[in-house]
Design a protein around this ligand. Structure first.
Ligand code: ADP
Length: 377
């Protein structure tokens, strides 16, 4: 056996492997000028391959082959390789005719086995988006639905902690991994692949790569609703994300201050821009419930969110109080909907989930066209 030291993953070793991968139009992947910076973090490897939208179909086998070869490198425990579609064509290579429409259709394609995908988003971080996503997902489960939870908040994947769930997804078949599961729902997070404590520097294309892979290379079971915990904010990454995923709609989580200000509005505007229906607004930390006396104080004034939602023309799904119990249980990996199902906040989360279910059903009945896809260059 080789000594351990020589097994350290390096970008050079990865690149050497890519010299054996042939590409459409001739030559090797390593020499194609399309491979992004190769990022090695411990025993995990990340890179992307830039293609024009119409080249996606022709280059998918290249991506798959590169991923397989790198995964077989000794010492490599995880690979994230994806095609990143650029608006302008990258250098070289023959381009198949008439492929643009096909590439678009593929990008917006449904995920096998998954009926509806709902994004949980927020205008900024720290408003309780992930906590809300987890409890809504479990609330939908309590409604009797088959539920999946995808942690797309790759900058700060907190779903593993909120569910008290760790482990490594197993490879099933060639390139597909099995989701983990907890409390009866299927779960996938980049945190399972890189560890929650690993500081990740995400460079441009890696973001979409990782999210696409978690969506499309995971063997999801029969799923009525997949809840996606989105990265916070309303920048380009979120916009692209919203377009890549065939969303049934979005839920926007906001604190009363943000609602009164601008962040939630920005969220609504962002989804409207890409023709994703906003299924509703959840107001978080609206009121303070005193753990000693049970008295509820509307710290920020009351009813503002409902009025604001009305003004924006989106459904108001409910308000969750600022309750120390929510924070304690969440941080202990015991979401209230399952750990204290009879508590007031758990009931609120279930009501929100029930309303959301109604909104999803309404949207499905209206049969929307797939969202348009715009590729970032
Ligand atoms: P985000 O996903 O928006 O960054 P999180 O869901 O991670 O926010 O929540 C941030 C912190 O606030 C966490 O410690 C969480 O436990 C806490 N928190 C979220 N919602 C509530 C609430 N309604 N009451 C008390 N604490 C909450």
């Amino acid at each position: 056996a080789e000594p351990k030291m020589s097994e350290a993953m390096t970008a050079e070793r990865v690149r050497a492997r890519l010299e054996t991968v042939e590409v459409p139009g001739g030559g090797t992947l390593a020499a194609s000028g399309r491979v992004s910076e190769i990022v090695v973090q411990g025993d995990k490897v990340f890179f992307s391959i830039t293609v024009a939208p119409e080249e996606v179909a022709a280059w998918e086998p290249v991506r798959a082959r590169a991923s397989d070869l790198v995964r077989k490198l000794p010492g490599c425990t995880g690979v994230v390789v994806t095609l990143t579609a650029a608006r302008s064509a990258p250098p070289a290579a023959a381009r198949p005719q008439g492929g643009a429409a096909r590439a678009r259709a593929q990008a917006g394609n449904a995920i096998p086995n998954v009926r509806s995908i709902v994004a949980v988003a927020s205008g900024k971080g720290g408003v309780g988006k992930s906590t809300t996503a987890v409890n809504i997902a479990l609330g939908l489960k309590a409604e009797g639905l088959n539920v999946a939870l995808l942690d797309a908040d790759i900058y700060g994947p907190s779903i593993p902690r909120l569910l008290g769930l760790s482990g490594k997804p197993e490879l099933v078949g060639e390139r597909t991994i099995a989701p983990l599961s907890k409390f009866g729902i299927e779960v996938m997070s980049i945190g399972f692949m890189v560890g929650e404590e690993t500081p990740m520097v995400w460079r441009g294309p890696m973001v979409m790569s990782a999210i696409t892979q978690m969506l499309r290379e995971v063997r999801w079971g029969q799923t009525d609703v997949m809840v996606v915990d989105m990265p916070p904010g309303t920048g380009d990454a979120q916009l692209t994300m919203a377009q890549q995923v065939p969303l049934a709609g979005a839920v926007i989580v906001s604190t009363p201050q943000d609602l009164a200000l601008i962040d939630a509005r920005r969220g609504v505007a962002m989804f409207r821009k890409v023709e994703v229906p906003v299924l509703g607004v959840v107001e978080n930390m609206a009121t303070f419930c005193c753990p000693n006396c049970g008295h509820v104080t509307p710290i920020f004034g009351h009813g503002g969110a409902r009025a604001e939602a009305e003004k924006l023309g989106v459904p108001f799904l409910g308000e969750v109080p600022l309750d120390p119990l929510i924070r304690e249980r969440s941080d202990a990996g015991l979401p209230l909907v399952v750990s204290e199902p009879e508590s007031a906040p758990a009931r609120i989360y279930r009501d929100i989930a029930a309303r959301l279910r109604t909104e999803i059903g309404r949207g499905a009945a209206a049969a929307r066209p797939a969202p348009r896809i715009v590729f970032e260059s």
